[in-house]
Design a protein around this ligand. Sequence first.
Ligand code: SF4
Length: 319
Amino acid sequence: MTTPSAPDDGRTPRLPHPGTGRPFPSPVPPGTGWPDDPADATTPVAVDAASVVGLADPGAGLAELSARVSVCRACPRLVGWREQVAVEKRRAFAAEPYWGRPSTGFGDPQPRVLVVGLAPAANGANRTGRVFTGDRSGEWLFEALHAAGLATSSESRHAGDGLTLPGARIVPAVRCAPPGNAPTPAERDTCAPWLRAEATLVWPTVGSVVALGRFAWDAVLRLVRDSGGTVPRPVPRFGHAAESVLARPGGGRVVLVGSFHPSQQNTFTGRLTMPMLMAVLRRAAALATPDRVRGPVGDPPAGGASSGPPTDPEGSGGT
Ligand code: SF4
């Protein structure tokens, strides 16, 4: 459980961080000055599914939990992939250091709106160290969050750029970039305790959850069930703008809202447009006002329903 993260063995060149200019090897050793790095050399490292369960302790608090996530090495295939990509790099980013570690949640520690994605993109968050940052999906998401009043800028450039998400938090269901954006069921399950622990800490303020894609939708339903909440029967189906009222773990209700993932597969084809994404996030923000969060479980949200058109296959593109 305490095996160190990938050492800086001097085999990768130190390249300047795009924001600070400070040089880093790839992947980035914890505690070496990367902006917003929550970990240091003493942060305990999960090396298998059992140690994830042991370290994903909400009692540690959000900052320590993020630190532990950021050095996790429990899934050999994903650790190998994230570090291979970090070393080899995409040609366009050959002059940048790659984070090469898991993505933590990003945003407000007391969010009203929780946004759940799939997993980091290999050359996006796996490079920049911030979820949904450094790829086209993120460009769409942050523009829409800003339009909904949930981000201080429409752009997320890199860790340490000053961006904040007042009232919102973004979390990936799986914290490491998977080959082909496709984690295995075993990897998904190994990573789930990190999401459960983080959700446990933020549930008290969350009024709505936006699931970006079917994978995230299913992950939220599983999360709520496994955390002691209640999911309606029949199980709500994913769709863009679909809504379902769930009994939140610990009491109260939370409204799950679906959105097609802002992957290029969806945005290039027009399956998801910017107005569609903005509308979902504005709806989620409206559903999460304090009076609605306190409403009784089972109340249908005004203007919403427990399902909505259309459904379609998920287009994933990272996170
Ligand atoms: S996917 Fe999750 S559990 Fe697996 S190595 Fe990454 S952070 Fe750890």
